[in-house]
Design a protein around this ligand. Structure first.
Ligand SMILES: [Zn+2]
Length: 283
């Protein structure tokens, strides 16, 4: 079997972790999610240790949707450096703010230096339209470069939690995927219910470019939710992700494996992420 991959983790440079209070003062979304000191910020050695404990070989490391360019750039530099120190172990996804005039030049700069996509994208927190011309340009850029967009998608119903709102809605993501069908996009957190509409033939046909990850599933959904998602979307469209450091990759991987039909484990827990993010489906 191909090795396991955690397709949804987050890294911050140690310097940003040290400046946590300043970042919270400057950035309302960061403040919402990370003012509470129990909300962990992890660096690359912590990620590598956590996946090693879990028997996971590789990880997709995403950025945070800061509002300011300098905070995004500082984190992007760190993600790219972490990936180059551990080649073929960490796939870096810097984040972008499409409300900033220079976003496209930044995106191209990160791609030229090894970014495997962009995420975790939160358009409404940053104040840009996920269906507007810039968003469509970003989707085309992902398609041209063979990289992936990871979107924060949350549930329109249910309990609230820090960071729930401000991503892209399931309906908006479905519309964007329909507008740019060549772009491969991952809907985080089981896609906030978007998978339900795969049962409509025209929707199923229109959003074949959307994948779903399992990040934070144990905080959101009941047991059986991943198996139901796999039944709806197919094992080739679902990716195991923990949302580390929010949750421990080892426990999450155990939970996902326990829930999945055995013949889906290879694709969901590594194979799909290998071909999406690492350009290979072999171990
Ligand atoms: Zn998220």
């Amino acid at each position: 079997m191909a090795g396991f991959i955690d397709a949804h983790t987050h890294l911050f440079p140690p310097e940003q972790a040290r400046r946590r209070a300043d970042l919270a003062a400057a950035d309302p979304t960061f403040a919402e999610m990370y003012t509470d000191l129990r909300a962990k910020l992890a660096d690359a050695p912590a990620l590598r240790a956590a996946i090693e404990r879990a028997g996971i070989d590789r990880a997709v490391a995403a950025g945070f949707a800061f509002r300011e360019a300098r905070h995004l750039a500082e984190q992007a530099e760190y993600l790219l450096a972490a990936a180059s120190e551990a080649p073929d172990t960490i796939a870096p996804l810097p984040c972008l703010n499409l409300a900033l005039p220079g976003w496209e030049a930044e995106a191209r700069r990160w791609l030229s230096r090894g970014a495997r996509g962009f995420g975790e994208l939160r358009p409404h927190n940053q104040g840009w339209d996920p269906l507007g011309p810039d968003a469509q340009r970003l989707a085309h850029l992902a398609a041209e470069s063979g990289t992936v967009l990871l979107w924060h998608v949350s549930e329109p119903l249910g309990h609230t939690y820090p960071g729930k709102r401000g991503g892209i809605s399931p309906a908006e993501l479905g519309q964007l995927a329909t507008l740019v069908p060549e772009a491969r996009m991952v809907a985080a957190h089981l896609g906030g219910g978007l998978s339900f509409y795969l049962q409509m033939p025209e929707v199923r046909q229109a959003i074949g470019n959307i994948y779903f990850d399992t990040a934070a599933v144990s905080l959101l959904y009941d047991e059986g939710s991943i198996a139901r998602l796999v039944a709806l979307a197919g094992p080739e469209r679902v990716l195991f992700g923990s949302d580390f450091p929010l949750l421990a990759p080892r426990r999450q991987l155990e939970r996902v494996i326990a829930e999945l039909p055995p013949d889906a484990v290879g694709a969901v827990c590594g194979g799909n992420a290998a071909s999406l993010y690492f350009g290979t489906s072999k171990p």
